[in-house]
Design a protein. Structure first.
Ligand SMILES: [Cu+2]
Length: 166
């Protein structure tokens, strides 16, 4: 429990530091050389069993390749790293063992990004509603673990409820 509280504390410090830097309005977190900008989710469909977490960007300011390896949360049974790709007219989904965050690079896990990356919440324990906030733990190969706060919101580009299904 103490460990968990410490993580929240450090995450809050990181978040405050990012809020103080000019030009950033979204929330963000830092661990080691990794900065995580604006983790968010969308309201889940009525009766929906799954949810999706997106991250506006993950940036690697270090000089070694890092990798997002896994995620955990208490709002779902488990979290999987997914890649979504169109195969003709068919949307295909597959699980990834990790997402590379290249040296000096920035990877978007935002909704609608062409790479199709997202974090899938499998087995939601309760519906996700607009305005909710919940913690998600992220594990990076080099930078280690960080707890981020995910904001549930309807993206500006969304004109219909989340239809992401498996
Ligand atoms: Cu998925």
């Amino acid at each position: 429990m103490k460990h968990w509280i410490q993580r929240i504390f450090y995450a809050t410090i990181s978040m405050t530091m990012i809020f103080m830097s000019p030009g950033l309005s979204a929330h963000g977190f830092e661990v080691g050389d990794i900065s995580i900008k604006h983790p968010y989710s969308t309201p889940s469909m009525a009766g929906g069993k799954n949810g999706v977490v997106y991250i506006k960007s993950i940036k690697n300011a270090g000089n070694v390749l890092d990798q997002l390896l896994s995620a955990t949360t208490q709002v779902a049974d488990r979290v999987e790293i997914h890649e979504m790709k169109m195969d003709g007219d068919v949307m295909k989904m597959r699980s990834l063992t990790g997402i590379d965050i290249p040296v000096g690079g920035e990877v978007s896990i935002a909704k609608g990004n062409p790479n199709g990356y997202h974090l899938m919440l499998m087995g939601l324990k309760k519906p996700l509603k607009e305005g909710d906030k919940f913690p998600v733990g992220l594990t990076f190969k080099k930078a280690g673990q960080v707890e981020v706060e995910v904001w549930v919101q309807t993206p500006a580009d969304a004109n219909k409820p989340e239809e992401h299904k498996h």
